[in-house]
Design a protein around this ligand. Structure first.
Ligand SMILES: [Fe+2]
Ligand SMILES: [Fe+2]
Length: 174
């Protein structure tokens, strides 16, 4: 029987027989996915200056990465890469949207970057460097966070970007 689940990170609903191991929209792990009927809306409250700065920086980082992935998806000749980068772009855009909601601003339009590498291996290297930067910054921001919701999202996205790092690592030729 199809059930209705909801992700507490991106707040999207998922309909399926089983709880997914990762949120199909933002990639958050299973522990962040609950039955939609048990939903309690999270209250963000005020952010201190450090949290606000970190969230703004995270938003910019996600926008840049989404633009890169959309460009890489358009440019690559690798058939799996086309699909993978497109999805990665959408996941990063979902993360950007989560940060926008915390900042109470509208998500800007995110289009493919005009230039990025055409070579698949170069794209994977770029992806790897981007995810590594994101993980390091998010870990630091999670530790600094005073706001509970901000802390929760930073912790969740560290895990997601680690999954993304694994995707490039498995495909890079060393
Ligand atoms: Fe999600
Ligand atoms: Fe992300």
């Amino acid at each position: 029987m199809v059930k209705v689940f909801r992700c507490i990170i991106c707040k999207e609903a998922y309909m399926g027989d089983e709880k997914p191991k990762q949120c199909p929209y933002c990639g958050a792990h299973e522990k962040y996915i609950i039955f939609a009927k048990d939903w309690i809306e999270s209250v963000v409250g005020e952010l201190n200056e450090t949290d606000k700065e970190n969230v703004k920086k995270a938003l910019q980082l996600e926008i840049d990465n989404a633009k890169f992935y959309f460009c890489a998806s358009n440019n690559t000749k690798n058939i799996e890469g086309q699909a993978m980068f497109k999805r990665l772009g959408k996941v990063e855009r979902e993360h950007a949207d989560v940060w926008c909601k915390i900042l109470r601003i509208a998500l800007p339009e995110i289009k493919a970057a005009e230039t990025c590498a055409e070579d698949y291996q170069e794209q994977l290297k770029d992806s790897h460097a981007r995810e590594e930067r994101a993980i390091n910054f998010y870990k630091k921001a999670a530790n600094q966070a005073q706001n509970e919701r901000v802390k929760q999202v930073f912790e969740a996205v560290v895990e997601v970007e680690k999954d993304h790092l694994g995707l490039s690592e498995e495909r890079m030729i060393k």
